[in-house]
Ligand binder design. Sequence first.
Ligand code: A2P
Length: 282
Amino acid sequence: MTEQTPVTETTAKAVPALPDAQTVTSVKHYTDRLFAFRVTRPASLRFRSGEFVMIGLMGDPDPKTGKQRPLLRAYSIASPSWDEELEFYSIKVPEGPLTSKLQHIKVGDQIILKPKPVGTLVHDALLPGKRLYFFATGTGFAPFASLLREPETYENYDEIIMTHTCRDVEELTYGRELIENLKQDEMMIELLGEKNLAKIKYYPTTTREESPKMGRITTLIENGELFTDLGIPPLDPAVDRAMVCGSLAFNLDIKALMEKAGLNEGANSEPGEFVIEKAFVG
Ligand code: A2P
């Protein structure tokens, strides 16, 4: 039973089989590897933009006992804290225990959502600064989809540099469309402000298909192209802050680059100059 569903005789009969069930309200497939979906939001769920929750489905019945266990993974909430629904952006792994099933969800289906949001990609974990970098690869864009729609992001910073590196051009679509919509949607313009939206500098790159900007963002930081392309100074711990979300290898490489530039890693308990979270993989 979801907290949003009033108990009536009809709904009482239709009690969902899943604990902490939420209903899928939309699904959009971007490529054969990527999709996004939205679900109902538990009325009691409060979270900070950039946090993640555990979501999933019931696993297959145990061949011996017939019992089913929930199959849960950490997913960044891609929608902002003020949104009525919750959005998620996911990879599809053919052999992945969860995503091999999750990729087939349809509107009206139910998923499990544990309403305990946590995470370090939050404004509270960063010291005040002037320029905020969001470094993402692949589905690591998700927490930034939330933060880019969060008014606090624009209140706290003069410039927001959103970098997104994917294998090919099609994989950039979710992020590109989100930013385009932000700048065109009347409600978003009213909420965030036209001047604030102009603070976003979007820097998409690809590594395995020809596109206007090619290369891993780590390479483009090291050789300085990121800064010359955007007309901004190199990383400076006095004014620059960063949030990082990608694969483990990517996070480690960016962390090394941030530290080389003199930025220190922060946490909820001790804010710093950059924060890191691993994007869901597998
Ligand atoms: P590459 O194609 O050179 O591996 P994936 O789809 O495997 O999660 O990768 C998403 C993007 O992140 C790809 O463009 C990939 O580049 C890039 N990437 C993977 N590992 C790293 C890393 N350690 N540093 C920088 N970019 C990385």
